[in-house]
Every structure is written in structure tokens, then in C-alpha cells.
Design a protein around this ligand. Structure first.
Ligand code: XBP
Ligand code: MG
Length: 256
């Protein structure tokens, strides 16, 4: 049986609740700055999350929810510029310390490092967004905790395609049986599962009704010793917060 060597983390929704008060707000600021009258409220944004990737999401919005908008010439450039502005607003919001890590995330990362596990990020978001989040929550040195930050357009097919996980494991010379993934969404678990990975889910408000039937474990959050998680699916084997012992057991059972 393969030994667990690496933990692969999604970012948005998993490490932090970035969507509603981060990405969504940044998109709206970018639209306003560009003189567009578009506004993505919380409910609409939930629907737009069907599509991963900010540029892809803007195009999906226009195709599905704002068909009257007359697309300018050089449409791809227009979307790219709008998205670059969104990234500036988003990283600025993170820099202001507005978005904390979810419960248990910092603790689990520290424990994994102490025990010599390899860490990596596999996300569809823009690379600058990942470094800004790590910097603002765990400090500048934390970027080096991660052997690899696989992010954004590095693979053309974003989640739910498995490509970002496959790419990360190839770079790290690891097999799926040597890794475990942490995700929060249906697109995320589809990507991780298609890449052959055991997956632990922590849900959030946007993803609680998603289909996680093939997840090894589904929790409301990772939990802390004084803030137990609720198990929504799977067996937490008597644990009340996610630590490396439980992660290892989940991995073992999935790969046994
Ligand atoms: C995250 C996303 C991202 C962000 C926006 O998905 O879908 O697109 O919402 O980021 P996951 P960018 O958590 O599955 O990685 O605007 O930088 O693309
Ligand atoms: Mg996510």
C-alpha cells in the first residue's frame, strides 16, 4: 500500500472563504471602474460559480445572464483587462487582511510540515491571489511551505478537469496513491477524483448542496480542539477535528 507523502490543497473555499466577500466584491469593483453597470449579487454569484476561472466566469455571465451586452471588438483582450483589474482589487482586499483562513487550516498545515509531509496547491485561481492569501494570513515565509503552487492558466482545462492535479503530481513525481486532496466544491472533487485522489471535503455556504457522494470524508470545516467539526459524510473515527492522524487514516482506507 502506498504511503501518504503529500497534501494537495484547493484554495478558494477550502483554505479561506474567498468567494462571497473576496472574488465577488473584486469583480464588482472592476466592473464599476470599467464603467460597466454589471453587479453580481450573492445569489447570482452562486450560479456563476458553476464555472471556474474568473475570465471564464465573465464570459459565462455574458452568455447566460447578460445577452444584451454588445461585446466590444477584441473581446478576449477586454475580458483579460477586466480580469486583471479584478485581480488587483482582490489582492488589495487580501492585503487589508479582510479574509482569514478557515478553522483548522493553519493548524493542519503546521502539523503536516512538522511531520515532513510535502505540501502543494492545486487551484484554478490566479497565482498572485494564492501568494496574496498566504502572505496576508500566514506571513511571507509561508509561500515556501508549498513545494508547488499549481494555479490559474497553467493548464488550459480548469477544474472540473483533472489537469491541474495531474500536472502538480507529475511535477512532484508523485502518484495519486501517495497524495490526498482537500476541496470544497463539486468542480473541485470532480477534478481531484478524476485525477485518482482520495479527497476530504470541507463545505461552505455556496457548496453545501453539491454532490460529494464519492468523497472519503465531508466536514463542515476542519475544526479545532475547542471547535469540533460536524461530520456530514464518512467516518471521522472518533476525531473531533482534522489532524494528520485522521488524514492518514482516511488516506489508508481509500488506498488500502
Ligand atoms: C476557484 C475559482 C476561481 C475564483 C476566481 O475554484 O473558481 O475562479 O473564483 O479566481 P477552485 P480568478 O476553488 O476550485 O480553485 O478570478 O483568479 O480566476
Ligand atoms: Mg474551491
Amino acid at each position: 500500500m502506498a504511503e501518504l507523502k503529500a497534501l494537495l490543497f484547493d484554495v478558494d473555499g477550502t483554505l479561506a472563504d474567498t468567494e462571497k466577500d473576496g472574488h465577488r466584491v473584486a469583480f464588482n469593483l472592476a466592473f464599476k471602474q470599467a464603467g460597466l453597470d454589471w453587479y453580481w449579487d450573492e445569489a447570482l454569484y452562486g450560479q456563476l460559480l458553476t464555472v471556474t476561472g474568473g475570465k471564464e466566469r465573465i464570459k459565462y455571465y455574458l452568455d447566460q445572464f447578460n445577452r444584451d451586452f454588445v461585446k466590444p471588438a477584441h473581446f478576449d483582450e477586454f475580458v483579460k483587462d477586466l480580469h486583471a483589474a479584478k485581480t488587483r482589487f482582490y489582492t488589495q482586499l487580501l492585503g487589508e487582511g479582510k479574509i482569514p483562513l478557515r478553522p483548522g487550516v493553519a493548524r493542519l498545515l503546521n502539523e503536516a510540515r512538522t511531520h515532513g509531509y510535502r505540501l502543494a496547491i492545486a487551484t484554478t485561481t490566479t497565482p498572485e491571489n494564492v501568494t496574496a492569501l498566504l502572505q496576508s494570513t500566514l506571513g511571507p515565509a509561508s509561500i515556501d511551505w508549498f513545494e508547488l503552487i499549481a494555479a490559474g492558466d497553467i493548464v488550459p482545462a480548469k477544474k472540473p478537469a483533472p489537469d491541474i492535479y495531474v500536472w502538480a503530481m507529475e511535477k512532484m513525481a508523485l502518484t495519486p496513491a501517495e497524495c490526498i486532496a482537500f476541496e470544497d466544491s463539486e468542480n473541485g472533487i470532480r477534478s481531484a477524483k478524476e485525477a485518482g485522489l482520495a479527497t476530504i471535503i470541507t463545505i461552505n455556504d455556496y457548496t453545501r448542496d453539491h454532490n460529494f457522494s464519492n468523497a472519503e470524508l465531508v466536514l463542515d470545516h476542519m475544526g479545532e480542539p475547542d471547535r469540533p467539526f460536524t461530520v456530514l459524510q464518512g467516518d471521522a473515527q472518533g476525531h473531533h477535528y482534522l489532524n494528520m492522524e485522521l488524514v492518514k487514516r482516511v488516506h489508508q482506507q481509500a488506498n488500502g
